[in-house]
Design a protein around this ligand. Sequence first.
Ligand code: SF4
Length: 422
Amino acid sequence: MSKRKKPRPRMVAANAQGEIMDHPELLMLCRRGRDLVEPRPDEIMSLPEESELFLLPGRRALGLDPDTGEVAVMEETAVAAFVSPGHTLSGQACFERDGNAPVLPMFAYGAVGFENDRFWVTARKVDEDPRQQFANIPQQRIRQGALRLQKMHPENRLVRHLTTCALTYSCPAARNFALGRYECPLPTSRACNARCVGCLSLQPEDSGFPATQNRIAFTPTAEEIVEVMQAHGERVKEPVFSFGQGCEGEPLTEADLIVEAVREFRARGGRGTVNINTNASRPETMAPLAAAGLTSIRASLCSAREELYTAYHRPQGYGFADVRRTIAEAKANGLFVSLNLLFFAGVTDAEAEAEALIDLVSEHKVDFIQLRNLNIDPDLYLALSENMDLGPSAGLANFRKRLAKACPWVRTGYFNPYVGDR
Ligand code: SF4
């Protein structure tokens, strides 16, 4: 294998029995936005542990004829990879969609191929942090941890909620709470002032696909929140606590409750990084949250361009200007600011998007960018930007190089970093 270290994986497809087969000749293809391309060597990696393979209903697999360069449409079903946390997709699965194909549920669909006895996927590892790796942890340990917390805090509804999520839905954040390691989830809000197309916790009846998580059904008290924070903090050397989980609405709609809880936690000697994952819609909440002892915020956005931001997040009663103001207020009050950049290859790395992102990061000296995969049916997302001239896409690797060159201070990764109390 001369210059190319990595192979040219062959395509895979699933037969009517759902068995995944590799094709003897045809090569793997991927989508980068609307472009159908053979993935470059710097865009593929062998399928990471704890990833999953999905069969895509009503979608037929595509392959590349290495001799003619022609794209072949198969009768067999297309296959995609849902990569494990810590990995960002550099390309999506490609397929020919049948007219009556259902909308795909909210996952990120990576292109997958096969060569040298292993699966290959269009992804890159962007964070070495092992916090969402559970392969070597017996389920029994998670169970014991959850039952112990339930026994110690029988009246605490938030403990009940999180330990149920750990045992029933295998939520990685809730499992870490049960195990007493890394990041502790603190869902608090039932309401939201946005209507993201790909909202994980609430989908309108007519969206055609279900929410993947149930929204929390109660509002915890400040005392219940503090008790959970103390239960985690006393077991973890460098704890991270995060408001704003997939199973809730927007935490800034409960800013007063969070101020009260964080202030009380700090007053009782609570240590660690207290973070809020947010849609950054309310600039006026940053000063009281910082004064109470908050450490960092993570602002979620699919784009730093108002047009695409608004089309996807569908803000109610606020706009992208408020998101910029919230980031500015957070920095002005000494908070560590991360972006939860919902990465979609072919869109996020497109010229216009990259330029706008670099402008936002530079203007506000954003500290960290989490390159998270946008979990959505690719065709649904591309429809949002079809009339937008985004320009050519650079690819994940070049996009990261450009960001590092333009914003050398900014760190990138996948998870909320521990940054002390601040
Ligand atoms: S901000 Fe979060 S909770 Fe609100 S609509 Fe978007 S994804 Fe859903």
